[in-house]
Design a protein around this ligand. Structure first.
Ligand SMILES: Cc1cc2nc3c(=O)[nH]c(=O)nc-3n(C[C@H](O)[C@H](O)[C@H](O)COP(=O)(O)OP(=O)(O)OC[C@H]3O[C@@H](n4cnc5c(N)ncnc54)[C@H](O)[C@@H]3O)c2cc1C
Length: 402
């Protein structure tokens, strides 16, 4: 029998976190985007929100709660993974902006040297560095180990030539972690190195790519004779594949946000009930043929998602890095987001298709139509669902490779 209740220490920590939120979480951030009459652009530009976001980050930095499980000397608070989970739960329940550190930080924590930790981790906690991930290439996505971007040693530097693609946030990033080929003669999983580089290095060019949801998060990144110090290689040179894999395990296990998904469902249910009671026509609840039970299924899945996250947390508490367990969380959570968006648009009827935040008929400021489109990409990013299923089959279930 698994006991999901807090231990006395965890309960005490929960009270401390709630009191901190009560005292320090700024008023300007407490209004959720669906209740806020401003457009996204206006919200982002609003001086009250920008100032409040900064104030909130500073409050978290003070406590060491941006990277709560990291040692204090790198800006963390030495929390256990379970305490970190309690903190994340409270963040999600309060609808507070997530202000964690990028997964590259956790990778440096596992594989980096003391010098690399001291150089790269504290600025990450203070929010001074924005990282992007240079893994995929035009010919190397799922088969990532076939990557061709070349790094040739020249004295104390590597000289990089090649191209990355689908690089999220490269247009606003000032740092990149990339997998590059350092030994073209070796078998493909060998001869790869995990490198950290400044995006301001001469020879890097970023070209944007636009998504179907109109967001402009993707880019192509070109490297032409880019010099990167050899000391920026994380882990052993030519053995970066394993460093990159640790990174993916962190990335996949942190993608799920079970509490946030539950909160989303609560928002949807409240809206549907209010609209049904008001007879506005924007809720199919109570109408013949409406897929009401789908909503119940989504709530059950939210509980499953939370249990999967708890499994990952319990492994991290024992100092283990989840592997196929992270793939399970990733595949479930990202496909779950798609199911939430489908259920929402069905229950909102035709109104669910309206994406324009300003349209007076758009339910919850177009959130569900937007999510319907944007949730497609998350089953591709970080490794497709098919690849996660391959990992679960081979490493989790011990099935032979197909
Ligand atoms: C929103 C988003 C953000 C991203 N951000 C980044 C980023 O910041 N940095 C970065 O480096 N990359 C990023 N990517 C790229 C992403 O990692 C790749 O798109 C992904 O790994 C798939 O590679 P691919 O697009 O080349 O597809 P392919 O590998 O060509 O796959 C095509 C199809 O074939 C299937 N397939 C391929 N091999 C197998 C197999 N062995 N078994 C079963 N099916 C298989 C795939 O599942 C897929 O359906 C991002 C992608 C998205 C959508």
């Amino acid at each position: 029998m698994v006991d999901f209740s807090d231990s006395p220490e965890q309960a005490e920590f929960r009270v401390e976190v709630e009191a901190f939120f009560e005292e320090r979480f700024p008023e300007a951030l407490r209004i959720s985007s669906s209740d806020d009459p401003r457009t996204q652009f206006e919200r982002a530009q609003a001086p009250d929100r920008a100032a409040a976001t900064k104030e909130w980050r500073n409050a978290l930095v003070e406590k060491g709660w941006i990277a709560p499980a990291w040692p204090e000397k790198y800006g963390g608070a030495d929390l256990t993974p379970m305490e970190q989970f309690i903190l994340n739960e409270t963040v999600a329940e309060a609808g507070a902006p997530r202000m964690g550190v990028p997964d590259v930080g956790s990778t440096i924590m596992v594989h980096g040297t003391e010098e690399q930790k001291a150089e790269f981790l504290p600025p990450m906690v203070r929010g001074e560095t924005r990282w992007c991930q240079g893994y995929s290439e035009p010919g190397s996505g799922s088969d990532l180990a076939s990557l061709q971007t070349r790094a040739v040693r020249d004295g104390d530097d590597f000289v990089i030539n090649g191209q990355k693609i689908w690089t999220s946030g490269a247009h606003v990033a000032n740092m990149i972690f990339a997998l590059v080929r350092t030994d073209p003669e070796a078998p493909k999983h060998r001869g790869i190195t995990y490198l950290l580089a400044s995006m301001e290095s001469p020879g890097i060019e970023v070209r944007p790519l636009v998504q179907m949801s109109d967001a402009q998060g993707f880019n192509e990144v070109f490297f032409e004779d880019v010099r990167v110090p050899v000391k920026n290689a994380v882990g052993e040179i030519d053995r970066g594949w394993y460093v990159g894999a640790t990174h993916l395990d962190f990335e996949r296990s942190s993608i799920g946000n079970a509490v946030g998904q539950q909160r989303m469902l609560d928002g949807l249910r409240g809206f549907l009930q209010e609209e049904r009671d008001a007879g506005s026509g924007r809720s199919r609840l109570g109408q013949p043929g409406a897929p009401r039970t789908e909503l119940a299924d989504r709530y059950i899945e939210a509980a499953v998602a939370k249990t999967l996250s708890q499994r990952v947390i319990s492994m991290q508490s024992r100092g283990l890095i989840p592997n196929y367990e992270a793939s399970m969380t990733k595949v479930f959570s990202t496909e779950f987001n798609q199911r939430i968006a489908r259920t929402a648009t069905k229950l909102l009827g035709k109104y669910g298709d309206i994406r324009d935040r300003e349209n007076k008929w758009s339910p919850m400021r177009g959130r569900w139509a937007t999510m319907y489109l944007s949730s497609v990409s998350s089953t591709i990013a970080g490794g497709t669902s098919e690849i996660q299923r391959n990992v679960i089959a081979t490493r989790g279930l011990g099935l032979p490779r197909g």
